[in-house]
Write a new protein. Structure first.
Length: 383
């Protein structure tokens, strides 16, 4: 799936171009960054429903009698013993505790798993796994190039997903999907995976599809969702949506020089389980205290704090911004920052091109996620 520019494409790339998307390079793919505009697309997902082409994500299948124990020793969260259909968020670390990637791991069968990694880390994670394959008992297959991925996100996502013809007889299965669960389905071009996770903080679903099925499903969802106000959504709004609910983005809040404990995803690190890569380093960091922590900042002065902008306390550098933007929901300039533990007792500012913009810490998250229960439940927003 290579374009003349040597960028990879998805089964939906031509559709994106034909419908006026602004296309950009992202992780080696040509991807839509926006259609109607970031603010309009952000609002569509918060208030109605939006469709995302996220085919750039990496999918690696792992099978065999030894797969469970092998994967358990490579990730921070506990996957051993989870039931078929369960999805687990976890990190994969180096020996020193730095994060190679954060990912989803699906249990598709007793001896069948799917590792879903970030597009920017696909080659790294595929190589990391191949380099640690045991001599027997585990088979690994990279199915990324054969797999399309469509996300349906927003309070009306359940209504829209139920209108897909292929799911007409599976309403009970869709209704039974708890947060972070999945089921398999026979599609026209092969097996589908239907899951309920999401990266927007809204009720939402994912469809893992054979490439041949992707365009028809995309078109059907948009046609069936006209009365719901369904819209295609680009990468820019995907970023503002995840930012507001403080979901980490690799290369921003996470990296090989950042531990999951520092990034605030310590809940996905199970130090009581048997040995896994990075456990000793993370256990020591937990015992001694993390040197840095992720904080939420609200700017008091006019301006936007972008990634890598220095954070100052009483004029002294104490860290840097990992992500920053104007929140479409809260109508405020906000930032996530990785700072020295103990920061917050003095006067805080962000250095934006030589200007010290006053700021203060606020509670996590900026906006409360609506991922459980009634997708249209009233959101509890800060004053």
């Amino acid at each position: 799936m290579a374009a003349s520019s040597d960028l990879k494409t998805t089964p939906l790339t031509d559709w994106h171009r034909e419908h006026g998307a602004k296309m950009v390079e992202f992780a080696g793919f040509e991807m839509p960054v926006q259609y109607a505009g970031v603010l309009a697309e952000h609002e569509a997902v918060r208030d109605r429903v939006g469709l995302f082409d996220i085919t750039h994500m990496g999918e690696i299948e792992v099978r065999g009698g030894g797969a469970e124990a092998w994967l358990e020793g490579l990730v921070t969260n506990r996957i051993a013993g989870v039931p078929v259909g369960k999805v687990v968020y976890t990190a994969m670390c180096r020996e020193d505790g730095g994060v190679l990637d954060d990912m989803l791991i699906y249990r598709l069968g007793a001896e069948r798993w799917l590792v879903v990694c970030n597009a920017s880390n696909h080659d790294k994670i595929a190589g990391w796994l191949r380099g640690r394959l045991p001599a027997s008992g585990v088979v690994m297959e990279d199915v990324s190039d054969a797999t399309a991925l469509v996300a349906v996100q927003g309070p009306d996502s359940r209504e829209l997903l139920g209108r897909l013809e292929r799911l007409a007889g599976r309403a009970a299965d869709v209704d039974a999907l708890d947060f972070y669960t999945a089921f398999l389905l026979d599609g026209p071009g092969g097996e589908w995976i239907v899951s309920r996770t999401g990266y927007t903080g809204e009720h939402g679903y994912e469809l893992y599809l054979p490439n041949a099925d992707a365009l028809a499903v995309w078109r059907e969802l948009l046609a069936e969702g006209q009365d719901l106000g369904a819209e295609p959504i680009g990468l820019a709004a995907r970023d503002t949506l995840r930012f507001e609910v403080c979901y980490c983005l690799y290369g921003h809040e996470l990296g090989e020089d950042v531990s999951p404990l520092e990034a605030g995803i310590g809940w996905a690190v199970k130090l009581k389980k048997d040995a896994f890569v990075g456990k000793d380093a993370l256990a020591a960091q937990k015992r001694d205290g993390v040197p840095r922590k992720l904080v939420c900042l609200e700017l008091d002065d006019r301006g936007i704090a972008r990634q890598d902008a220095p954070v100052l306390e009483d004029g002294r550098p104490v860290g840097k911004v990992t992500s920053g933007t104007f929140s479409p929901t809260l109508k405020k300039a906000l930032a996530l920052a990785l700072v020295e533990t103990g920061t917050g007792s003095g006067d805080l500012a962000v250095d934006v091109r030589g200007r010290a913009l006053s700021c203060h810490t606020v509670a996590f998250p900026f906006v409360q996620a609506r991922t459980k229960g009634d997708p249209r439940a009233e959101r509890n927003l800060p004053a």
